[in-house]
Every structure is written in C-alpha cells, then in structure tokens.
Unconditional design. Sequence first.
Length: 153
Amino acid sequence: MTQNGPVGGQAPDSRGVYSISVASELSGVDPQMLRVYEQRGLLSPFRTDGGTRRYSSRDLERVAIITALLGEGLNLAGIGQVLALRAQNGQLADELGELRASTGQDRQEVRRLRQENKDLRVEIARLEDPDAPTGDSPDTRSGNTGEEPEESR
C-alpha cells in the first residue's frame, strides 16, 4: 500500500506508471515544471513507498489541459481555479444526474401510493357502508352514476 492506495484497485488510466522523465517526454513539459505543478496543487502524481513520482495517463491529460490554459494566458493560480471549478462542475453534474434518476423513481412511488390510498379509501367506504355504491362498480366506471340525464328531468 502506498500514499494513493492499492495499485490493483485503481482504474487503468489512473494508475501511476510513468516516471517523471517519461512523463516529461510524453507531455513535452520540463520535469522541473511538473514538480512546480505538483507544488501548486495542480497535479498529484502517485508516489511509491520510496517517494518516486509515478504519473498516470490521467495525470498526462491534466498536464495537457494545464499547458493549453497556459497557452491561453492564464497563470498557475488561475489554472488552479479553472481546474477546481471543472471538478466542481463535474460533481454537480453527477449529483444532478442522480437526482433526476431518483426523482423519476420517486414520482412512480408517489403515483403508486396515491393509487393505494385511493383504493384504501374505497375499501374503507365500502366497509363502513356496505350498501353504498363503490367507485369500482361498472356503472361508475362507464360514467353511468344511476342518475337520469338532465334532459329527461
């Protein structure tokens, strides 16, 4: 077990496999700048028990984003804010998706409970007055309430 948890339980793109020199070569970013990004909290590479940095594919994607934002004129503090806002946006989108999914289930449950409530009220009325017509009789379902139409009155 290391600082970032067991390697076996990590997704393939989040497993730290690249040394700093390989990550530097793949990303085109100087190793010292990778260290600076880590110091500023923009990157969190995996650390071995010996303290060696290991970069994942996800880390390299993040370096590419940092590089693009630097190219657009943002400084490292601004990039930190952008990355934090993107992470927060992703979390909110996930929460919204969960809420939408649960809302659909909740609506179905409310409909079911309303129908059950209606059925129970009909049953209670039937038990309280066995001679009273129930809402389930063929006459009430077809719209015939046993009353004469207004024209014939």
